[in-house]
Ligand binder design. Structure first.
Ligand SMILES: [Zn+2]
Length: 256
């Protein structure tokens, strides 16, 4: 499903939105700030995947790619690998194991409290091993849990497996244990559930303001949920950020 915010865009970004976005970026950057983009649910090439990657290349903007181990095969990697030579731009890392919910109540989690410690460890370690065997040293030691949530036990296992940091939504609990970094995302471009475009854009700009105020704003992308207006907005945002004097676009590797 496509987020309702994109019903406000047809063939160009409306002037008031363009202005509001420029204002938020300028207001939030009295001091230099960092921004990163994180694209989830990676593993299978598609028209939208290629379109997203080509946009990041066009603006020479870095992107963190969260790859689902059980979706990736050698054959699929051979297709994605054409982007690997852009080594400084792309940070390939792990996104769950099978992207399956295991919680029977509450919010969805693949690595939540409903599972035994043994099962959490098994899926994290076999996911890591599978990606390493296919991607070799192109795999970076970072973990994005599906739905941006995971439990403390899972994060302790990540430490054991030598991951450097976990990337979740800002403020998600429990906090990462000592020795495991936390890389928060603040802005959701494509999986939001606003009731209409206006309230959605107001909320999104607020997310961006909050993220910029932390000094490192994380922006989430779900390419499978993008339509033409969503691509138009992403290109607009990449263009603004790539030219902004006080914003430095980074990957997880630049942060740790
Ligand atoms: Zn996901």
């Amino acid at each position: 499903m496509i987020s309702k915010i994109y019903t406000a865009i047809e063939t160009k970004i409306p002037g008031p939105l363009d202005q509001a976005l420029a204002d938020v970026l300028d207001r939030g950057t009295d001091a230099p700030v960092k921004v990163f983009f994180r694209a989830d649910d990676i593993g299978v090439s598609s028209r939208n995947f290629t379109r997203m990657m080509d946009l990041f290349l066009k603006y020479r903007m870095p992107l963190c790619l969260a790859v689902v181990p059980s979706w990736l095969t050698r054959q699929r990697w051979e297709v994605l690998e054409s982007y690997v030579e852009q080594k400084n731009l792309f940070c390939w890392h792990m996104h769950g194991y099978a992207h399956k919910n295991h919680e029977t109540q509450g919010k969805k989690q693949e690595f939540g409290p409903a599972r035994s410690s043994e099962n959490l460890f098994r899926d994290l370690s076999r996911g890591q091993a599978r990606l390493e065997s296919i991607m070799g040293d192109h795999l970076a030691p970072f973990f994005t849990p599906p739905w941006n949530r995971c439990c403390l036990e899972a994060m302790n296992h990540l430490k054991t497996l030598k991951f450097k940091a976990v990337s979740r939504s800002m403020g998600n609990l429990p906090p990462a244990p000592e020795g495991l970094g936390e890389i928060s995302v603040h802005v959701d471009l494509h999986t939001r559930k606003d009731k209409d475009a206006l309230s959605g854009w107001t909320a999104l700009l607020k997310e961006m303001e909050t993220g910029l105020a932390t000094g490192c704003c994380g922006i989430m992308i779900h390419h499978m949920r993008m339509n033409d207006p969503a691509f138009l907005f992403l290109e607009h945002l990449l263009n603004l950020i790539s030219r902004h004097r006080k914003i430095q676009a980074v990957t997880f590797q630049n942060l740790f």
